[in-house]
Design a protein around this ligand. Structure first.
Ligand SMILES: *[C@@H]1O[C@H](CO)[C@@H](O)[C@H](O)[C@H]1NC(C)=O
Ligand SMILES: *[C@@H]1O[C@H](CO)[C@@H](O)[C@H](O)[C@H]1NC(C)=O
Ligand SMILES: *[C@@H]1O[C@H](CO)[C@@H](O)[C@H](O)[C@H]1NC(C)=O
Ligand SMILES: *[C@@H]1O[C@H](CO)[C@@H](O)[C@H](O)[C@H]1NC(C)=O
Ligand SMILES: *[C@@H]1O[C@H](CO)[C@@H](O)[C@H](O)[C@H]1NC(C)=O
Ligand SMILES: *[C@@H]1O[C@H](CO)[C@@H](O)[C@H](O)[C@H]1NC(C)=O
Ligand SMILES: *[C@@H]1O[C@H](CO)[C@@H](O)[C@H](O)[C@H]1NC(C)=O
Ligand SMILES: *[C@@H]1O[C@H](CO)[C@@H](O)[C@H](O)[C@H]1NC(C)=O
Ligand SMILES: *[C@@H]1O[C@H](CO)[C@@H](O)[C@H](O)[C@H]1NC(C)=O
Ligand SMILES: *[C@@H]1O[C@H](CO)[C@@H](O)[C@H](O)[C@H]1NC(C)=O
Length: 532
């Protein structure tokens, strides 16, 4: 029996017994194209449907009976696409096609002709598929680029969510990060923004599909550029090694350039290694980093290097000719065979030597001049050359020839014939003087400083002359000495000059007393006035 023939009486019945039982079906049901839509029927307890009729009206208003059952007899117009389960009261339709969208009516009647009915609308959604993130830019520059990520997906009624990493939702702030429909707009992108994987999730009420991970390189830098130098010192010994390295925070890695005194060096690597340094490598070094993507530059601080040669082979040169006090000029010049000196210091006999009215020190301090040397200038001269790395010195011994000076003869003035007379000619002279002795003007055959006469005779009395001669200075000086030779014992009997003086004084005193007495005696009677 066709349920269709029952339609009129059933509708009448429905009108009579309306609402005695209400069949609940959700007002709207969704299903995804190619999948199944489930219509859950909520049947009141105790209601036992015997006949079920499900009809469909599409958007064009065309009407079909999808499913019809009376007792055990089922008719369906949908090639097995419509299944009703009498136990669970679930109606299932599918695989869905877009043509399945429309109105579904349900009429259930039990054996006592109680009726339950309901209506619902089926929505057939396109499946969510092909979810991908599309970037407005293939690559971005930090601070410059605005990156628009579009979540592209197939499907109907989609909404979008963004994930930073696989689970953390992206938090938008309305400024740097803005959501606009399927777009995530990142203004003035930061290097960290897209570092983790970004996902977008496209979903409707039935499905949720996540995109594959998206990551994009954001170029940044160069920044935090730093230059290091090994060894650390500014002053380096000639011949030593120097390594400089440059680094900068940059993505992609920065291109490096080296500058030496402002001029570009051919080296492009991150380290500059020099061995066996030369003095002409002294100067200012710096490095510059360039990022070809961001088109930005960064310059390091300038490092100054000073390559200094250690001082060696210091030597003081002085006059070749002999130096004569009061006549010669002495110039001492200090030089080193290697290395440049920053300071020159002179010492004489270990004491610092300063310029004076007799000693001139040249402006470069390397030469000292003594226009007229004196004997005090003799001694040890030391020249000390220093630079930041080393010190070297050299010694010059200056010999000054002078004299003879202060010639004198030491010896007795008087002697007895039995004595031994020693006369010594005293003189200061460098080199030591040679001597010539004369007696009463005639040359003696004596050439030593000391002249000895044993048991002199009376003929030895007279004038002795010593002539001291310095063969270097060519100067000579003489001294004379009188010698009186007496007989044996004669010198001892003679009164000493002190005794003679005492006797003379005593005689004078006595004479004075006598004179005084005589004057007194004359005065006493002299009370008588003079006749004149
Ligand atoms: C109806 O649903 C029940 C429970 O899910 C199941 O056991 C039964 O086989 C279904 N009947 C039909 C005809 O599909
Ligand atoms: C949001 O997207 C719409 C359409 O794509 C566009 O017209 C609008 O300008 C966007 N708004 C912002 C703030 O980008
Ligand atoms: C993703 O997370 C990282 C780390 O928390 C953050 O720095 C970055 O800005 C985030 N990116 C976005 C687009 O939210
Ligand atoms: C994302 O990063 C990973 C690892 O760095 C890389 O293998 C992958 O190709 C990147 N994907 C994109 C879309 O850049
Ligand atoms: C400098 O480097 C060279 C080559 O690497 C090495 O042979 C030499 O010993 C180094 N000199 C110094 C002073 O370190
Ligand atoms: C190195 O830099 C210093 C200080 O900036 C400057 O005085 C000096 O002239 C520079 N040297 C050279 C060789 O350019
Ligand atoms: C970044 O922006 C500045 C100023 O807006 C511009 O001059 C520069 O060319 C930009 N850099 C790049 C790499 O686009
Ligand atoms: C200095 O020496 C020169 C020659 O050696 C000589 O002609 C001159 O007279 C000397 N002068 C003095 C003051 O000794
Ligand atoms: C010594 O030096 C002075 C200048 O300091 C110079 O005039 C003089 O000619 C020099 N004398 C000698 C002998 O070199
Ligand atoms: C030496 O001279 C002194 C005084 O001029 C004289 O008394 C003496 O006799 C002289 N002696 C000789 C040996 O000529």
């Amino acid at each position: 029996m066709d349920l269709c023939s029952l339609r009129a009486p059933l509708l009448i019945l429905a009108a009579i017994i309306c609402c005695s039982y209400s069949l609940l079906v959700p007002l709207k049901i969704s299903g995804v194209k190619g999948k199944y839509a489930i219509f859950p029927l909520k049947i009141t307890d105790g209601f036992q449907p015997n006949a079920v009729k499900i009809t469909f009206t599409n958007s064009a208003g065309e009407f079909t009976t999808v499913y019809n059952r009376v007792g055990e007899k089922v008719t369906t117009s949908s090639n097995g696409r419509a299944v009703y389960n009498q136990t669970t009261y679930e109606f299932q339709l599918g695989p869905l096609t877009p043509g399945d969208a429309g109105q579904y009516s349900f009429i259930l009647v039990d054996t006592e002709y109680n009726m339950n009915e309901g209506q619902t609308t089926l929505e057939v959604l396109e499946p969510v598929a092909d979810v991908v993130i599309v970037s407005s830019l293939p690559e971005a520059v930090e601070f410059n680029s605005t990156v628009v990520l579009t979540c592209s997906a197939k499907g109907s009624f989609l909404s979008y969510k963004w994930l930073n990493g696989s689970t953390t939702p992206v938090v938008v702030d309305g400024k740097h990060l803005v959501l606009n429909g399927s777009q995530l707009i990142i203004t003035e992108v930061l290097r960290t923004d897209l570092r983790g994987s970004i996902y977008c999730v496209a979903e409707n009420q039935l499905e949720s599909v996540r995109s594959t991970a998206f990551n994009m390189s954001v170029s940044y830098g160069p920044e935090s550029i730093s230059m290091k130098k090994v060894p650390d010192e500014i002053d380096l010994k000639k011949g030593s090694n120097l390594t400089m390295s440059c680094s900068a925070v940059s993505s992609p890695a920065a291109e490096l350039k080296w500058l030496f005194n402002g001029a570009e060096l051919p080296d492009k690597s991150a380290t500059l290694a020099y061995t066996n340094l030369e003095e002409n490598q002294s100067g200012n070094y710096s490095c510059v980093a360039y990022n070809s993507k961001t088109k930005r530059y960064a310059a390091s601080q300038v490092i100054t290097v000073s390559i200094i040669e250690a001082i060696s082979g210091t030597n003081v040169t002085g006059p070749i000719s002999l130096l004569i006090a009061g006549n010669s000029t002495a110039n001492l010049t200090c030089k080193s065979s290697m290395g440049k000196a920053d300071s020159v210091t002179w010492f004489k006999d270990e004491k610092p030597l300063a310029a004076s009215d007799r000693i001139i020190i040249s402006t470069d301090k390397k030469t000292i001049s003594i226009p007229i040397v004196q004997k005090e200038d003799a001694g040890q001269y030391k020249c000390k050359l220093s630079n930041k790395l080393s010190t070297d010195s050299s010694i010059y011994n200056m010999q000054i020839y002078y004299g003879p000076e202060k010639v004198s003869i030491e010896g007795p003035k008087k002697a007895e014939v039995v004595d031994t007379v020693v006369m010594t000619c005293k003189v200061t002279s460098i080199p030591p003087a040679t001597y010539i002795w004369k007696f009463n003007g005639s040359l003696l055959e004596i050439t030593t400083a000391e002249f000895k006469i044993e048991k002199p005779s009376f003929e030895n009395s007279g004038i002795y002359t010593c002539e001291a001669r310095n063969h270097i200075t060519g100067l000579s000086q003489t001294a004379t000495h009188n010698l009186l030779v007496k007989g044996e014992g004669e010198l001892n009997d003679q009164l000493s000059s002190g005794a003679i003086a005492a006797i003379v004084i005593a005689v004078l005193v006595i004479v004075a007393i006598i004179i005084a007495v005589i004057i007194r005696k004359r005065r006493k009677p002299g009370d008588i006035a003079s006749p004149y």
